[in-house]
Structures are given as C-alpha cells and as structure tokens.
Design a protein around this ligand. Structure first.
Ligand code: SF4
Length: 376
C-alpha cells in the first residue's frame, strides 16, 4: 500500500471534487453520481474506448465507439465478428494495427477468460495488444485499482505541477512515480479520469485556464515560470519522406478498381487502389511507367499523408477503363455508391478523392492526434 504525502492527498482530493462537478460526459463512462450508487462501467467499453483513444481525439472516437458498440454489443460478439468487417468499421480511425489487436484481444478474452476481462494490470497486460498504459487505465477506470495512469494529458498536468525540467520521453519514469504517489486508494478510477479531463479541458497545451484549475495552489510551473513551456520536449527529428504512386482505374459505370493489401505490415489487410511500393529512393519508379496495366493513364497531382515514422507523397494517376476487369490479380470493381463502406485507409481515400473529387462526401486527414502512446 502506498503512503501519500499530505500535499499529494490534498491535491488528489481537490481534483476528485472538481471531477465530480466538471467531468466530461462520454459514452463509455459512468458518471460519479452513478458510481456512488454502485454502478460500475463495463470493462469492455472502457477497454475499447482506450484502444480507440490511443493517438486519436475524444471527438473523433465517440462515433466509432457508438458504431462498434452497436455492431458488437459484447466482447464475445466482437470475438466472433468477421475480421474484414471489423477493419471496415475501423477505417478512418488510423493506426490499423490497433484494429487487428482489438480483434485478437477480444478473441483471447472470449476463448481464455470466458468473456470476462481480467481485473488486474498484470492480467490485462497478458492480453494481446494491451500495453502498460491501457492495462493501467482499464484497471483503474473499470476495476477501481490503484494504478498510475499516464497519458499525454496527464503528462502535461504532472509536468506543470512539478515543473519537471527533464524533457520527454526521458521524464516518463519520474512522471509515472509522481502520479503513482498522488493516486488515492479511494476512487483511483475517478482520479485517473479527473487528471485526463483536467488536461483536456483546463490544463491545455496552449493558454491553460489556471484561474479555474483546482490544482493551482499546488502548481510549481504557475509559480515560477510559464506553464505553457511544460512539458519540456527534446528537439524533434524531421520525418523521412517516402514516395510512391497510386493508380485509380474507373470503369464506365463509375466503379473503382480495388484490391486487398497483404495481411501483415503497414495497413495490413486494408483495401487499396493498385500502386507502387513506398520507397525513400528518389529514383524509385513512381511515374506512369509503374502503371499496373495498360490504359490511358493521366497524372492528376499528388497527395501527402503523414504516418508515425515517415511522410508519404503519392503521385496519383487516373484512367477510365472500358469493359470488364483488366485481369491484374485478385482485385475487384467496387461500385461508386459503396466505395465509402470499404476498409479504405485515409491515405487511399485521399488518393481516390484526388482522382475523383466527389468520390466521398467527406474526406479529411486522419483525426487529429492526441499525445497518447501507441505501438502502431
Ligand atoms: S495551474 Fe495551470 S498549469 Fe498548473 S496544473 Fe493547473 S492549469 Fe495546469
């Protein structure tokens, strides 16, 4: 059992009192009032939301969470689902390894645990795709375990409270220890969610609303410096550039020629238009010469897309192909009306939209990233 200093205990109590009044209503959450009546959140919902929230904003996740809960109301339903359908439902959320891990984890819970999530950090960490952060978050929020939960929002709050000079990511162990020292025995799940909400709504990256902050009397950054300069960050390395080409073939009815990517690797199992490999070689062939089959190909510009470890620039070509399948492997012609329902990652939607401007009603960039950890 952890001994809390009275200062840390006071800060934790202030935070929980603030959370009781100002918590965000989120579709996977149980309000403090309901929790006080003994209602516990569904671990399946907490786990699924936490996996979705890795590197994606709450706003973007809400609709996906509702969709998944509607399609697969229990972890057993998700375990039994067709992987292709899960990938389709995930399309647009990015970081597709998370969708594959979500499915594998659901299968493990259904097969090895009778459909019941383990209720400890260690038990959760033994499941596929659950790392330190997700295990701590699910243990704290779903099972009220005294786990130290450290996501991007919490890192910001704790770095400011203690004016931590060590830059990220080297500061993480120190941050985790400070959060652990502050996490109370009573209501650790609400404490974790309170820290997340404070970081998301008050202790924001820019212009934190310190006057409204329940922890302002404890905050060292506010006393000695400009809170916005925390957390300190190591200088960013520039992302390497990769180049490639995408070929959008359209038949006279408006159908688009699609194919499935290999199951392993980046965007594994997702749908794409034919294209080249993505290479860092500037002399790699991303010209019309790389076309997958003969047709009247026309260049229609380029799109860029930023992945975790590199930036991709894709030259896009378009051709209208008369008649049936050009016979280039195991692709298929997807009618224009059902294009949006395919498991197309955002980069492919951008490429298709570049060739066919009205192919999708709304095609944007990947949802804005939040500072959450991911292995994708
Ligand atoms: S006082 Fe300001 S900087 Fe400090 S934790 Fe609160 S919002 Fe963040």
């Amino acid at each position: 059992m952890m001994t809390m200093t009275s200062k840390a205990a006071d800060a934790a109590a202030l935070l929980i009192a603030w959370y009781d009044r100002h918590h965000r209503d989120l579709p996977w959450r149980i309000s403090p009032a309901m929790a006080a009546r003994g209602v516990r959140p569904d671990p399946y919902h907490i786990w699924m939301s936490e996996v979705m929230l890795q590197q994606t904003t709450v706003q973007a996740v809400k609709a996906y969470f509702e969709k998944f809960r509607g399609l697969w109301p229990t972890v057993g339903d998700l375990a039994a689902a067709d992987t292709e359908e899960v990938m389709k439902a995930w399309a647009g959320l990015g970081y597709y390894a998370r969708a594959r891990n979500l499915k594998k984890c659901a299968e493990a819970v259904a097969r090895d645990h009778g459909g019941v999530f383990p209720d400890t950090e260690e038990g959760l960490k033994a499941l596929p795709g659950i790392g330190d952060y997700t295990a701590a978050a699910v243990a704290a929020i779903a099972f009220n375990r005294q786990s130290a939960v450290l996501d991007g929002n919490v890192e910001r709050v704790i770095s400011r409270l203690h004016a931590i000079e060590t830059p990220l990511p080297a500061a993480k162990p120190q941050m985790r220890a400070l959060v652990a020292a502050m996490t109370p025995q009573e209501r650790p799940g609400d404490f974790a969610q309170g820290m997340m909400d404070l970081g998301a709504t008050i202790c924001t990256p820019r212009r934190p609303a310190c006057a409204l902050c329940p922890l302002n009397s404890h905050c060292l950054a506010l006393k000695i410096a400009d809170p916005e300069t925390f957390p300190r960050k190591a200088a960013k390395k520039e992302k390497p550039l990769r180049l490639g080409a995408a070929f959008v073939a359209i038949d006279p009815s408006g159908a688009v020629y699609l194919r499935k990517r290999a199951d392993t690797g980046l965007l594994g199992g997702m749908t794409e238009v034919p294209g080249t490999a993505w290479t860092s070689r500037v002399d790699g062939d991303n010209s019309i010469d790389a076309r997958p089959f003969p047709a009247q190909w026309q260049a229609c510009g380029a799109i860029t897309h930023v992945f975790t470890h590199f930036e991709l620039r894709l030259s896009v070509y378009r051709a209208t192909v008369a008649g049936a399948s050009p016979g280039i492997g195991n692709g298929w012609w997807e009618p224009a009306e059902t294009l949006g329902a395919q498991a197309l990652p955002t980069v492919m939607k951008k490429a298709i939209a570049q060739a066919i401007p009205h192919a999708f009603a709304t095609v944007g960039t990947e949802p804005k990233r939040q500072m959450r950890k991911t292995t994708a």
